[in-house]
Ligand binder design. Structure first.
Ligand SMILES: Nc1ncnc2c1ncn2[C@@H]1O[C@H](COP(=O)(O)OP(=O)(O)OP(=O)(O)O)[C@@H](O)[C@H]1O
Length: 317
């Protein structure tokens, strides 16, 4: 069976300022399985939006191939368009002076749906994304969260099987973001596939079956978020909580220990990086001997793996 998305050595080069070029996608090969929620991670300028635009047939690749449910995005544009929904964030693609319902009717006409089908789907979708009561208000009075939900309704109007979401929860309050994620899970349960570009590592961990991290248009790693540390052939580690920094210093001097760091978030939380499984056993036994009962083998979070893979570039792109 064809994958939901398959790219092979996909390339996109932009020309700007006449002579300069930027390689946004550099021979990127990626597979998203059917019915998967796949996270696309990467720093600003990594190429996430470029990939999503190519897969939605909005942008042409410069080289390589991309297929959606077996259809080539260049040679079979029409088929691909009927199969995919694109949900961009922000203000792109919404008409402020129109009501939410009229926005959807307009898009239904663009998708060449008949008026009755569009009307029925628009009503059902607006209810589903929680905009039923505000459906006949102009979009200019909508909050950011309401706009995001309308974007999703728009992306679902032609009942696509694969959805591309570009930072769908950025700027949403925690409750709205959680509601949005529940909706994504419900839609997946109906058999849809999602490729979701996000900068939110907690969101990727909670929502995605697999994630792919790209940087400068190349894939750095791809796999399950909970096993993120293993992507990089990662070091072992032990997490424990104890207020005494002297204990951490002593742990750092043990054989098989690479380094010890304070963990963000909880006071007195430490992570001991070990060279191998033996080092981990030794540290666990040593901590237990000292009555540190909170010690356990740790897994680096997706955010930690991300920062290690991409490096700390601060604000540079
Ligand atoms: N229309 C364009 N013309 C020239 N360069 C572009 C254009 N669109 C994107 N780029 C460049 O391509 C690269 C990838 O951009 P892209 O928007 O795909 O990144 P992104 O991963 O989505 O970033 P962000 O997380 O900031 O949204 C960047 O270097 C960007 O400057």
């Amino acid at each position: 069976m064809e994958a939901a998305v398959h790219t092979c050595r996909l390339r996109r080069v932009y020309a700007y300022r006449r002579r300069d070029t930027v390689v946004a996608l550099d021979d990127l090969s990626l597979t998203v399985d059917r019915n998967e929620i796949h996270g696309l991670l990467g720093p600003n300028g990594a190429g996430k939006t470029t990939l999503i635009k190519i897969l939605s047939t909005v942008l042409l690749p410069s080289g390589g191939t991309a297929r959606v449910l077996g259809h080539d995005v260049v040679a079979e544009t029409r088929d691909v368009r009927s199969l995919v929904g694109l949900v961009l964030g922000g203000d792109r693609g919404l008409y402020d002076r129109l009501t939410a319902r009229r926005n959807l009717l307009f898009w239904g006409a663009l998708y060449k749906l008949d008026a009755r089908t569009t009307r029925a789907r628009a009503g059902a979708l607006l209810e589903r994304v929680g905009l039923g009561e505000r459906a006949d208000d102009p979009v200019e009075g909508y909050s950011r969260g309401m706009r995001q939900r309308l974007h999703l309704a728009r992306g679902l109007l032609h009942e696509p099987r694969v959805l591309f979401l570009d930072e769908p929860t950025s700027g949403l309050d925690p409750a709205a973001a959680a509601a949005f994620r529940r909706l994504v899970l419900d839609l997946r349960a109906e058999g849809r596939t999602f490729l979701l570009a996000t900068h939110d590592m907690d969101e990727a961990t909670a929502l995605c079956d697999r994630v792919t991290l790209i940087d400068r248009g190349r894939m750095l790693l791809s796999g399950e978020p909970a096993r993120a540390g293993r992507f990089l052939g990662d070091r072992e580690c032990v997490d424990y909580t104890d207020p005494d920094p002297a204990l951490a210093d002593a742990a750092a001097a043990l054989p098989g220990v690479v380094d010890v760091e304070r963990r963000d978030g909880a006071p007195g939380a430490w992570r001991v990086h070990t060279a191998d499984r033996d080092g981990t056993r030794r540290v666990l036994a040593w901590l237990l001997d000292r009555d540190v009962l909170t010690a356990r083998r740790g897994e680096p979070t997706l955010e930690e793996v991300y920062l290690r893979a991409v490096g700390d570039r601060g604000m540079t792109v």
